[in-house]
Design a protein around this ligand. Sequence first.
Ligand SMILES: Cc1cc2nc3c(=O)[nH]c(=O)nc-3n(C[C@H](O)[C@H](O)[C@H](O)COP(=O)(O)O)c2cc1C
Length: 355
Amino acid sequence: MNELLFTPLTLGELRLPNRIVMAPMTRCRAVGNLASELMGQYYRSRAAAGLIISEGIAPCANGLGYARIPGLFNEAQVQSWKRVTDGVHQAGGKIFAQLMHTGRVSHPLNMPAGARIIAPSALAAPGEMWTDAAGLQAHPQPQMMSEEDIAVTIGQYAKAARLAIMAGFDGIELHAANGYLIDQFLNAASNKRQDRWGGSVDNRCRFAVEVASACATSIGGERIGVRISPYGVFNGQAPDAQMDALYLRLVAEANALGLAYIHVVDHASMGAPEVSPALKQQIRANFTGRYVLSGGYDVARAEADLEAGRGDLVAFGRPFIANPDLVQKLKDGRELTAADATTFYSAGAKGYTEF
Ligand SMILES: Cc1cc2nc3c(=O)[nH]c(=O)nc-3n(C[C@H](O)[C@H](O)[C@H](O)COP(=O)(O)O)c2cc1C
């Protein structure tokens, strides 16, 4: 029982002690956009995971759309993360930084002075988001990115990748899922451009590919993973007729760049629309790096999917929240503590490091 999940695996140049990944989870404890002492405790106590993927971290001020999320674009932020990665490494773990630019999923009240809400098209994301100053607020209409904005933003990702390594991360994950900036380019529901950054599959992939390529030049493709959410509908995204072709094109580009892994978001078990099984199989068959499964996993399903060759690693999100010792609990077959959703994004230790 549980043989594969607890078997070591290589990922790029890393050797992971098991195939359990801690999924990226925004927890909104980064007051001042810095990684705190509390966050260091939180990550360190989960270092038994084969790989931790950090919460979404903004590669620039324009990417800081949510309240109390961290950044990775200045010296103070690098130093703050250094303490976190040191703690994880001392505890024997490995940690990647998830680079998340929120794009249009943002509000000025959450952003530092001078930051701008930018996106491929001047089209507001549906729905509302939390702000500490004024509660729930509608997403405002973003500014359509100019050629210069696009070039600058790609450069910011490449710099953040470099800073992530300086801050002691073992690599980065590009958040190209769930309706954030890279996905805003990929998806026709948020990308209405008619220039070389929108329209055809090649054009909609261009931003993702250029970001990944610039990051690979910075730190090497073997230290980069990419998270995608085909058929996702979060943050106003929608499937379209070219969806499969688009993701297979991305896979081909990821192969060319030698990326370490593709992390596929599949929230179907949580009530989201089904992700085409045929597409998942094709991604699996065509990608030369590792495949990370995610979305509503328990040990039995994880083991069955690994056994069936559907992926190489399994990401667990919510189970890690109230079970810092998740890996040991899964190994022992012990019951898990349920997470308290009211503390997912609250400030402070309650529901984060204290239960
Ligand atoms: C509190 C919370 C925050 C999340 N933040 C992120 C994030 O920053 N980046 C991301 O890619 N996914 C994020 N997710 C999605 C998770 O990574 C994961 O895909 C999802 O929780 C499903 O996996 P699970 O059933 O194991 O929890 C978040 C999920 C939760 C519950």
